[in-house]
Design a protein around this ligand. Structure first.
Ligand code: ZN
Ligand code: ZN
Length: 1285
């Protein structure tokens, strides 16, 4: 041998170093011998054809585990081309995956089953490679028992590192290991307890009597999985009689025999010695069980004499007949597409299959995808480690259940391995794919599977729910806390969510799975045999999916014409038409989705939008929460909690940008220029289930220790001496943010002081709406320019003095209310303060409500005067004189708001102490009160139910000053020149309606203004219109809160409500005193004459007369091609108690003239060429049209109006178009004669009210006489009846 080169020297030095470190010294005859390095080198030389692999280096197990963090492989003797070829072949089924990267490492170590380790628990049926530095699990495709505890060189292997803490990495042994030592040494390990005599094989009778050890030989027909139950590992194997179909089970349970599992191969013949008989306690099934001295030997015909087994033990091979091949599976795949009978119980077929793992669907749940088309489910089988089951690996499945479409929403056919199935790894993956081991302990998937003994359909559904759940919320709470199982004291959120769902679908008495039966029973019985294709009973998708689906649903089958009644729409000009389409909504409930949709989310509050939100990883969904008793939602403690809601209203507000010229174009969707939505959800707090309660906000705040509100002296001492107000103010107005506050808080202070916080109790006496105000956040004061700040303010009354808490606590009682009972009255007036919320403190907007008792908590603070630091609101100096601004207390970002209780909930004792609270409550009026003429006061608060909401043109004089800076306002989906008109009724049936106008700019923060919702409006401005109608407008100080949500059953939520009930029948004479607030009423009256009548076509754009297809507007020329027909008439009616002028519009004109719809249509069409036709009562023929001869249509209309046919009794629905107070005070009553049908009346009449026609109905003769007799009976006090002949 030549002298080693320098490189070889270095390599040998490294090898010696490795051997010293990693290889144990051998026990030689003369004491310990040096590590067997020479033998290793000899091995390496022979493997490398005589050369040492100088390009490779030794690696110890410990280095492998700690230094190698990516999957890798090493092939000692391969050329580059060989490796490339090997890697390329491995990519066959997954061309996108990269192959394992090659390393040049030499692995040498002992193969062991762990029996000699200190930790006996290691004997779990797995094999390991170990050296002096460590031990690592390994997987082999081929194994011999005599390899155990021998030193090997591994020429070809892959290392798969651990992916997370739950799993250790392992080695895949790709080629048989080369023994380092000569085989003679290994021979000693082979057990030699040989069959001495030709002992009878299966003689159970003798066995039972004598308890003698038996030897059994047979063909291995089934190999059960390694099972670990109650910390005991075992497996079953089944030997078939060599001459018949009879087979017997053998239980292998001794730790040193578990390694047998790795060498047993189906179809091979084995002999097992020293077996004894046992039977199961429960079922009495009998089987062989190994003893400590049992040996597994290859079958050797000469050494055994066969004896037929006892009938007790024999089992018919029931499966063998139903074995199918992979080809049959592909046939089944096709069948599966055709037959869709979801509701019938199906029987799963038992098949065998060989396939390649192409994806790990869910390692925890034991779901793998094979060949991109079949799902392998190992959850019912054994999930010990699933080592080797990486994408790219090939597996053979024997006797697995084939289930087609167990879950409707699950895309794959499922192969379910049960305990009588065998799963054999055929080849390792050559791809660099990770290993995702199932956590056997704390695996919620498997725990729930076994607890409820779920079948495959329910299990797959459970997996899909849990997967999504984990994906959505583990970023908030951490995986561990979410998936914590109830075997620990406190079940995690996932279990709280899933268990009720499972209990609802699983039969009451769940039969526990009997695994022994499943393995041993002659007739196979397992959870996978029968299944019912399952439609998922419910879903809980991510919020982004919820929003998408809701938006889709809201536009599904939508057409603009749904939003309008055609009778109205045909008379609308372009502007009005498109405005009426601009805003609509659609409400969805859990049942609107298929399957039922459960909402889950973490309750958050956004300071940007000042709205409550449900949040998950994907998105946030604004929400409106109410209480069933109508009290506002104020539970600050719920922030950060994970909520589940099943009873909710998902509202999609639809915003449509359209340019329909007229109603005739509504079907042409080209005129829809833009669609937008906003989605939010409303629900009652009572319908909420808290899956995971938030930890206290204050504690959290304290831990993070951030506070910008600290007002301490620089030396950190508390300011106990009184400060002048001026000094305080200067401090507050210090433009520099407190940069050293955190040091104040965390460093330099004692821990007790650090944890202390100051709190103060207050009651809200007034809250104003959220809007842009010309305030500035202080920190931006030195910046250039100013912009409007979203803000709100609230007037509160301090209760008691500030409290210093050494540590945060929950206060059940309110000590402030009791301790300061004797403070005296004058003290209290001083304690009223205006709170200003801006920036982050805007998040308290949804929680702060009138009459609520709250506490501010300032963490990391011990300054009791922190709440006394009033200042001017941060108005730009030039814009307003400060003297006009009240002092206010800006609420700092870090202050916490904690809701305590409501004024109405205080105990008598607390109330007595605070008698001042009574009387300060804001007056809530009723709608009739506000509508009444005698009402005084301009700011009003009231509650009512929204009857109708319509978009209308902005009131010209209602432009609030904020609109100036509104262009860049985000999220506003309505044009700024729109305003919302809400018709609000006092009670569902009252018919008394108040109109409220809200400018579009305010709408951004107002959720839930839907028909049917009951709303508390606060501080609206009461106004009186030109026509003396009372209405309200929403102004800067206004505020709304939702008392109750609309009922869900409205079939067409966007159609105006209140149409169902017909108005009450009244007399004209009674209009004045009683009915000024009635929205509408009905009279039976006689049409006396038509005063004026006008039919016209107007331009849909500019409302000029539209004639012969063109607009008559010339300067500037109008481009419109669309005319809209319009009609109006004033008619005189009388009902015997009085007369009234009625304004009829559009279709009501036709009805008033007694024309059928067709006649009316034809008449209007005749006007088209003329542009306009109008007549007046008393006009002579031809007058008014000097130039032209009398128009035919005008002539016809005049004759129609004069005809006695027109003067007939009608039923008229109307509203008072002008309130009576507008009419000059009553002229003296006159006596007049009236006719009504056959009856003539003499009556006193007052002035004529003017009415707006809402509907005209013809009266049939029978009805007329009935109504007449009714009214004669009822009106005897009103008028005298003169009988006519
Ligand atoms: Zn089965
Ligand atoms: Zn025009």
């Amino acid at each position: 041998m030549a002298q080693p080169s320098a490189a070889e020297e270095r390599w040998l030095e490294a090898a010696r170093d490795f051997a010293r470190r990693a290889l144990p010294a051998c026990e030689g005859p003369g004491g310990p011998e040096p590590p067997p390095l020479e033998a290793v080198l000899r091995c390496l030389r022979s493997a490398g054809g005589g050369d040492l692999p100088l390009g490779y280096s030794f690696i110890s197990i410990s280095d492998l585990q700690h230094q190698q963090c990516m999957p890798c492989c090493s092939h000692l003797t391969w050329s580059t081309n060989e490796f490339k070829e090997w890697a390329h072949q491995g990519q066959g089924s997954l061309p996108m995956q990269s192959p394992l990267p090659r390393t040049y490492l030499i692995l040498v170590g002992y193969l062991t089953d762990g029996r000699q380790e200190h930790d006996a628990k290691l004997v779990d049926g797995c094999l390991y490679v170990k050296d002096n530095t460590g031990i690592i699990p390994c997987e082999l495709l081929h194994f011999e028992l005599e390899w155990l505890e021998s030193l090997f060189l591994f020429p070809s292997w892959s290392y798969i590192p651990q992916t997370d803490r739950s799993a250790v990495g392992y080695v895949e042994i790709l080629a048989d290991p080369v023994p380092v030592n000569l085989p003679k040494e290994v021979c000693d390990n082979i057990p030699v307890t040989y069959l001495a005599s030709a002992e009878p094989l299966l003689t159970s009778r003798i066995a039972c009597k004598k308890r003698s050890k038996l030897t059994v030989a047979g063909e291995l027909v089934r190999l059960g999985p390694l099972l670990c139950i109650h910390h005991k590992t075992f497996f079953f194997l089944f030997l078939k009689c060599l001459t018949s179909a009879v087979w017997v089970p053998v239980l292998v349970q001794k730790p040193n025999q578990l390694a047998w599992h790795h060498i047993l191969q189906l179809g091979h013949r084995y002999t097992i010695t020293s077996l004894s008989m046992t039977s199961l306690k429960k079922s009495g099934q009998r089987m062989f069980v190994t003893s400590v001295s049992s040996c597994l030997l290859p079958y050797c015909a000469e050494q055994v004499r066969e004896q037929p087994p006892d009938s007790d033990l024999q089992g018919e091979s029931t499966q063998s007949s139903s074995l199918e091949t992979a080809e049959q599976l592909s046939g089944s795949l096709e069948v599966g597409v055709e037959e869709e009978r979801p509701r019938s119980t199906k029987e799963s077929k038992i098949i065998s299959y060989v396939g390649t793992v192409t994806k790990i669907l869910n390692g925890q749940a034991g779901l793998f995808l094979l060949d991109n088309k079949v799902c392998l489910c190992l959850a019912y089988h054994q999930l010990n480690f699933a080592r080797g089951l990486r994408p790219g690996a090939c597996v053979e499945l024997i006797d697995v259940h084939l289930l087609q479409k167990p879950l409707v929403s699950f895309p794959f056919i499922v192969l379910g391995a049960c305990l009588s199935s065998t799963v054999v790894l055929k080849s390792f993956s050559r791809l660099s794919t990770p290993y995702q081991p199932p956590a056997s302990s704390r695996n919620l998937y498997l725990q729930l599977l076994f607890r409820y003994n779920l079948g495959m359909p329910l299990y797959l559904w459970l997996v899909s729910l849990l997967e999504t759940f984990e994906e959505r919320f583990s970023c908030f709470f951490g995986r561990h806390r979410l998936l914590r199982s109830s075997t620990h004291r406190n079940p995690g959120a996932a279990e709280k969510f899933l268990v009720p769902l499972l209990q609802a679908v699983v039969p009451d008495r769940v039969e526990a799975r009997d695994i022994y039966n499943e393995i041993l029973e002659k007739i196979h019985h397992c959870p996978l045999q029968k299944y019912l294709s399952l439609n998922p009973p419910c879903q809980a998708p991510s919020l982004s999916v919820v929003c998408c689906v809701a938006e889709e649903k809201s536009w599904e089958g939508f057409s603009p014409s749904q939003l309008l009644s055609p009778l109205e729409a045909q008379h609308m000009g372009t502007q009005e038409l498109n405005r009426r389409l601009a805003w609509s909504y659609c409400t969805l409930s859990a049942e609107s989705f298929q399957p039922r949709l459960i909402l889950l989310g973490v309750l958050r509050v956004s300071s940007r939008s000042s709205s409550l939100q449900l949040q998950d990883k994907s998105s946030a969904l604004p929400c409106v929460i109410t209480h069933k008793d109508g009290s506002p939602f104020a539970r600050t403690a719920l922030i950060g909690s994970l909520l589940q809601v099943e009873n909710y209203q998902l509202v999609v507000e639809r915003f449509l940008q359209t340019d329909f010229p007229s109603w005739e174009h509504l079907a042409n969707l080209e005129h829809v220029r833009g669609k937008k939505n906003s989605v939010y959800v409303q629900f009652c707090f009572e319908d909420v289930q808290v899956l995971h309660a938030a930890e206290g906000q204050i504690q959290k705040g304290l831990r993070s220790g951030n506070s910008s509100s600290l007002r301490r002296k620089a030396d950190g001492s508390l300011t106990s001496e009184p400060e002048t107000p001026k000094a305080k103010m200067l401090k507050l107005e210090d433009p520099k943010p407190d940069t050293h506050q955190d040091e104040n808080c965390q460093g330099g202070q004692s821990s007790a002081e650090r944890a202390s916080c100051v709190s103060r109790l207050f009651v809200v006496t007034q809250k104003e709406g959220l809007m842009l105000r010309n305030y500035q956040l202080r920190r931006e004061e030195d910046g250039e320019g100013w912009e409007l700040q979203s803000s709100f303010q609230s007037t509160v009354l301090w209760l008691g003095r500030p409290q210093l808490w050494s540590h945060p606590r929950e206060t059940g009682n309110l000590p402030e209310l009791e301790e300061t009972g004797c403070d005296g009255e004058e003290d209290l007036t001083r304690q009223e303060v205006l709170l200003l919320f801006m920036g982050k403190s805007l998040r308290w907007f949804p929680f702060l409500h009138l009459d609520g008792l709250y506490r501010f908590i300032v963490p990391c603070c011990s300054d009791l005067e922190v709440f006394d630091k009033l200042c001017f609101p941060p108005v730009p100096a030039k814009s307003l004189s400060r003297s006009s601004c009240p002092l206010c207390l800006p609420v700092q970002d870090t202050w916490h708001l904690q809701h305590e209780t409501w004024v109405s909930c205080l105990t008598e004792r607390q109330l007595a102490a605070r008698s001042v609270l009574t009387g300060m409550d804001q007056r809530i009026s009723s709608i009739p009160e506000i509508l009444h003429n005698s009402f005084t006061g301009s700011l009003v608060s009231f509650s009512g139910e929204i009857v109708e909401r319509t978009l209308c043109a902005s009131l010209k004089n209602e432009k609030p000053f904020v609109t100036v800076g509104l262009r860049k306002q985000k999220g506003s989906l309505l044009a700024a020149d729109h305003s919302l008109k809400l018709s609000v009724s006092a009670a569902p049936d009252s018919g008394v309606v108040m109109d409220i106008y809200i400018a579009a700019t305010y709408l951004q923060h107002l959720w839930g203004l839907l028909p049917g919702a009951k709303i508390l409006f606060q501080n609206l401005e009461r106004k009186i219109s030109r026509f003396h109608n009372v209405y309200c407008t929403y102004i800067a100080s206004s505020c709304v809160s939702i008392i109750s949500l609309p009922a869900l059953h409205l079939p067409f939520p966007s159609s105006p409500a209140g149409e169902a009930s017909s108005p009450s029948l009244v007399f004209l004479s009674s209009l004045q005193p009683h009915l000024q607030n009635l929205p509408q009423a009905r009279i039976l009256c006689h049409l006396s004459c038509v005063r004026t009548l006008s039919l016209q076509w107007v331009c849909s754009l500019c409302s000029s007369i539209f004639k012969e297809g063109r607009c008559t507007q010339h300067s500037p020329p109008c481009p419109s091609h669309t005319g809209v027909r319009q009609a109006s008439a004033w008619v005189l009616v009388e009902d015997g108690t009085g007369e009234a002028l009625v304004l009829c519009k559009n279709q009501h004109v036709g009805a008033m003239l007694g024309l059928s719809l067709l006649e009316w249509e034809a008449l209007q069409n005749c006007v088209q060429s003329r542009g306009r036709v109008s007549i007046q009562h008393g006009e002579a023929t031809g007058t008014g049209c000097v130039e032209e001869p009398e128009d035919l249509i005008a002539c016809y209309l005049r004759n129609l109006c004069r005809s006695p046919l027109i003067c007939r009794p009608i039923l008229l629905d109307f509203s008072l178009s002008r309130k009576p107070s507008k009419i000059p005070q009553p002229a003296p009553l006159q006596l007049r004669n009236f006719r009504c049908g056959e009856v003539e009346f003499v009556s006193q009449v007052g002035p004529r009210p003017s009415l707006l026609c809402l509907n005209v109905e013809e009266v049939e003769q029978g009805t007329l006489s009935y109504l007449n007799s009714e009214r004669i009976r009822r009106t005897s006090s009103h008028c005298q009846v003169v009988a006519t002949a």
